[in-house]
Design a binder for this molecule. Structure first.
Ligand code: ZN
Length: 376
C-alpha cells in the first residue's frame, strides 16, 4: 500500500520517492493540476514517509507505526493541514485562532469535513462560506515554525488549495517561504496556480500532477468504491481525468440523465418542433447547469459509441452496453449522418452551457443541428 494508494501519477510519485530516498527534499513543494487527481493525497503520503519510523526502500512509509497512523488521520503534532475556513461573526483577522469566532455548528461541520478527509484523502473539503485561507491560519503556521517542535524530526505544513489565501495571508506566508526553517517542509497544493503570487510560485519546487486516464479512474472506482465495472467505465469517461469528479457523478442520478439523453435525441429526430420544445422544457426545468452539462456529456458518449461501432464493428467497444440496440438501429437508420459532426455539435453545446448561454436556447439549437445532420 502506501504510495500505491495514490491513483496513477507514476511520474510525480517517482520524483517524490527519489527525493525522500536521496535526502533531497526541498523546503517547499507546490503540487499543481486539476481538482480531484490526488495532490492532497500525495502531500499526506509524503508527510507520512518523512515521519515514518520504519521507512521502507524507495521512500515507502510503513503505514503501521504511530507516526504513519497519526499523519494519516491528520492528527500528528508535527504535521499541520491548512485549508479555507469561513469568517466568523465580527472577526477582524486579529484573532489568535482561526476557529475562535466560529459558531459551534460551523466548528462541528469543520470537524466532520476533516474526519472525511482523514478517511479518504481524495475527499474534497467543502464548508459553507469557506472561501479563503485565513490570515489567522497562516499565523498559526508561523507560530508552529517559530517554536521548537514537540517531537524531533520533520515538521510538515500542508496548505491545501493555496491559491485560496487572501492577499494579507499570502503576503504573511511569503515571509515564511523566504526564511526556510530547518527540518521544515511546506507543501502547497493548488488547482489554480495562476492565482498564486509569482513570488510564492518562484520559491516552491513545482510538481505537476497529470490528468488520470479513463482506465485508472475506472479501476479506482471498482477497487475503492465497489462500483460495478460497467458503471465505472461509463463514469470514468465522463470524469475528464478527475477521480473526485467521477465520485461526484456517482452521487447524481445517472440513470435519469441517461434516460433524458435518449428522450432528447428521439425528440430531435422526430422532425417535430413541438416535441423538441416540450422535451427541452422538461429537460431544462429544475436542472442546474452542472446536470445539463452532464446530460450533454452523456450524449457525447452516445455518439462516440455510434462512431466506434461504425468504425470497428466491435460491440464490446460500446460504453452504453444496455443501449446497444438503440445505437445499432441509429447507425442503420442514419447511415449517412456523420457522428463526427454530431459530436462536434454536442461539444459546441457544452461550450455554450459552460459559457453561461441561455440553456433552453442551447438545447434547441443543438436539436436543430442534430436534425439537419441526420437528415442531410
Ligand atoms: Zn511508519
Amino acid at each position: 500500500m502506501a504510495w500505491d494508494s495514490i491513483i496513477g501519477q507514476t511520474r510525480a510519485k517517482n520524483l517524490l520517492r527519489a527525493a525522500i530516498a536521496g535526502g533531497r527534499v526541498p523546503h517547499a513543494y507546490l503540487f499543481t493540476g486539476v481538482e480531484g487527481i490526488g495532490k492532497d493525497a500525495a502531500a499526506i503520503e509524503l508527510a507520512k514517509a518523512l515521519r515514518c519510523e520504519q521507512l521502507g526502500p524507495q521512500g515507502t512509509p510503513c503505514d503501521r507505526c504511530r507516526n504513519c497512523q497519526n499523519v494519516a488521520v491528520l492528527q500528528h503534532s508535527n504535521v499541520r493541514f491548512v485549508f479555507a475556513l469561513p469568517t466568523g461573526k465580527g472577526e477582524d483577522g486579529r484573532a489568535d485562532s482561526p476557529l475562535l469566532k466560529l459558531s459551534d455548528g460551523e466548528i462541528s461541520q469543520i470537524q466532520e469535513q476533516v474526519a472525511m478527509k482523514a478517511a479518504d484523502p481524495y475527499h474534497n473539503i467543502t464548508i459553507p462560506r469557506a472561501q479563503q485561507i485565513k490570515i489567522s491560519s497562516i499565523r498559526e503556521v508561523k507560530r508552529d515554525i517559530a517554536f521548537a517542535a514537540t517531537e524531533p524530526g520533520w515538521r510538515i505544513i500542508i496548505i491545501s488549495e493555496a491559491h485560496q489565501m487572501g492577499e494579507e495571508a499570502a503576503n504573511a506566508f511569503l515571509k515564511t517561504l523566504e526564511e526556510p526553517a530547518p527540518n521544515t517542509l511546506l507543501i502547497l497544493t493548488s488547482s489554480h496556480k495562476e492565482q498564486l503570487l509569482q513570488t510564492i510560485l518562484s520559491r516552491c519546487q513545482e510538481v505537476r500532477f497529470d490528468l488520470l486516464t479513463d482506465a485508472e479512474i475506472a479501476e479506482a472506482l471498482t477497487a475503492r468504491n465497489n462500483i460495478p465495472r460497467k458503471d465505472a467505465m461509463l463514469l470514468s469517461k465522463m470524469a475528464e481525468g478527475s477521480y473526485s469528479r467521477a465520485i461526484e457523478l456517482t452521487n447524481s442520478d445517472l440513470q435519469q440523465l441517461r434516460f433524458d439523453v435518449v428522450a432528447f435525441l428521439r425528440a430531435a429526430l422526430k422532425r417535430s418542433p413541438v416535441s423538441v420544445f416540450t422535451e427541452v422544457e422538461r429537460l431544462t426545468a429544475g436542472n442546474d447547469r452542472r446536470s445539463l452539462e452532464r446530460t450533454l456529456m452523456l450524449l457525447l458518449l452516445w455518439f462516440r459509441d455510434a462512431l466506434m461501432l461504425r468504425l470497428t464493428g466491435r460491440e464490446e467497444s460500446v460504453v452504453n452496453q444496455d443501449q446497444l440496440k438503440d445505437i445499432q438501429s441509429f447507425n442503420s437508420k442514419f447511415a449517412n449522418a456523420s457522428p463526427e459532426r454530431l459530436i462536434r455539435s454536442v461539444e459546441e453545446a457544452i461550450g455554450a452551457i459552460r459559457g453561461n448561454a441561455q440553456s433552453q436556447l442551447a438545447f434547441i439549437v443543438l436539436a436543430l443541428r442534430m436534425e439537419s445532420i441526420c437528415y442531410s
